[in-house]
Design a protein around this ligand. Structure first.
Ligand SMILES: C[S@@+](CC[C@H](N)C(=O)[O-])C[C@H]1O[C@@H](n2cnc3c(N)ncnc32)[C@H](O)[C@@H]1O
Length: 411
């Protein structure tokens, strides 16, 4: 999909305008990258981190905000954030970062503009560990994966796939990334409302959905559009389908509503690591109302979707990760954790992993609720050896939790 709003011309200072939701998106990306280096580089046994960053839809790298300030695009933002985080870490411990950056941009003038920007700041690394590739992401993904696989063993890679629309990154490509690079993480934008606008019961639309690997039943589209909140219902169905097809084990979604276009898009984070998912989930709470997430509080967020049932009944209320949502989430956790336990002990971490994909709660939130519930004697908490737990404030991953055989009734 071509969007002339985002074309850069060399030697022009007439940068594209950036809107507020894209600035927020950059803030999430920056914070996530900083935390990634801090956590993965901070492991006590590691003094070296080999990390690859792939920006598949890089753009030209400079914008202007509505108040006239210059704002860096994702490529410079990624380099600056990663390199600064590594410098901070190296002041605290013996640490060396080996980073490689791949910036793919299809428009020749935008790619040339980006190259200029990088040359000004990181000339010595250009073409040796920072690559600006003028082509489509689809054309170069295989080559990039093989290049990454030539160095080291872990092949840690963060992909930022900020496509303008929805049709450039298929689930097949995502699955290939996770198959070839199991330690990869992908941050992907998906303009779901544009897809819904385009959807019709035609062969052209079927072929786009096939290309994306989505199964939506287009024959039912007209019927679905007669329902109340049909747009949200279709989004939900697409989301469920997307989630079930991806080979990434963990996924979070910032559900972003652009105030400028009143259109929604998804900012998805996909990974094979529960820790990565948990860190991204924390950011949802940290960034609170800036985004709207299509979830509800508590443990069971997405009951299986069945359009045959009353849609309003199965729908999720929209939450914004506000302070009120935090309180509501806590109340629900306190009632739902015991409901999801049995007399058979389960490790705290195992319980968390069982629910991680269905809840907006972070691990800390779940562990805090476990502490509260065990203090109130609503659940039983023991050490891994079945001894009573003295410090109920600190839950260890291998602590055991279960429902006491004799319930305490409080009057
Ligand atoms: C939304 S802009 C990217 C913004 C950038 N990620 C940022 O945050 O600063 C999308 C960019 O992707 C480029 N593009 C579109 N389709 C592409 C494709 N198939 N492969 C690579 N680049 C593409 C466009 O020319 C445009 O510059």
């Amino acid at each position: 999909m071509k969007n002339d709003k985002y074309v850069w011309h060399s030697s022009s200072t007439d940068y594209p305008k950036i809107d507020v939701h894209s600035i927020r998106k950059h803030e999430v990306l920056k914070e996530y990258l900083r935390i990634y280096v801090e956590i993965v580089g901070g492991y006590p046994y590691s003094s070296m981190l080999r990390l690859n960053l792939v920006d598949g839809f890089a753009g030209g790298g400079k914008y202007i905000t509505s108040s006239g300030e210059i704002h860096d695009g994702s490529p410079l933002l990624m380099i600056d954030t990663i390199e600064t985080a590594a410098t901070v870490l190296s002041l605290q411990k013996k640490f060396k970062l080996h980073s490689r950056y791949y910036f793919v941009e299809k428009e020749p003038s935008s790619a040339a503009f980006l190259r200029d920007q990088i040359q000004k700041k990181y000339n010595s690394r250009l073409d040796s560990s920072i690559f600006v590739i003028q082509d489509t992401f689809q054309n170069r993904i295989n080559e990039i994966i093989s290049d990454i696989k030539k160095k080291g063993r872990a092949h840690r890679t963060i992909f930022f796939l900020d496509q303008y629309g929805y049709s450039e990154v298929s689930i097949k490509v995502l699955n290939k990334i996770f198959r070839e690079l199991p330690k990869a993480e992908v941050i992907l934008t998906f303009n779901v409302d544009s897809l819904i606008d385009y959807m019709s019961n035609t062969l052209a639309c079927r072929s786009i959905l096939d290309k994306l690997n989505l199964d939506f039943d287009l024959a039912s589209l007209d019927e679905q559009k007669k329902q109340k909140r049909w747009r949200e219902n279709i989004q939900f169905a697409l989301y469920k389908d997307f989630k079930s097809k991806t080979k990434a084990e963990y996924m979070t979604n910032f559900f972003i509503k652009s105030s400028e276009s009143t259109r929604s898009y998804w900012l998805l984070h996909l990974s094979m690591s529960p820790k990565a998912k948990d860190e991204m989930q924390k950011l949802h709470w940290q960034f609170k109302n800036h985004f709207v997430s299509e979830t509800k509080t508590g443990l069971k967020v997405f009951p299986s979707y069945n359009p045959k049932y009353d849609i309003d009944y199965t729908r999720q209320s929209t939450m914004t990760f506000s302070s009120e949502d935090e309180v509501d989430n806590k109340i629900k956790l306190l009632s739902e954790i015991p409901q999801n336990l049995s007399y058979t002990p389960i490790k705290a971490k195992e319980f968390f992993l069982k629910h991680i994909n269905d809840t907006p709660a972070t691990k800390d939130m779940i562990y805090n609720s476990i502490s509260d519930l065990s203090r109130k004697k609503e659940i039983k908490l023991t050490t891994k050896n079945d001894n009573p737990k003295k410090n109920k404030d600190r839950i260890n991953d291998d602590d055991l939790i279960f429902i006491p055989r004799q319930q305490i009734f409080q009057f």
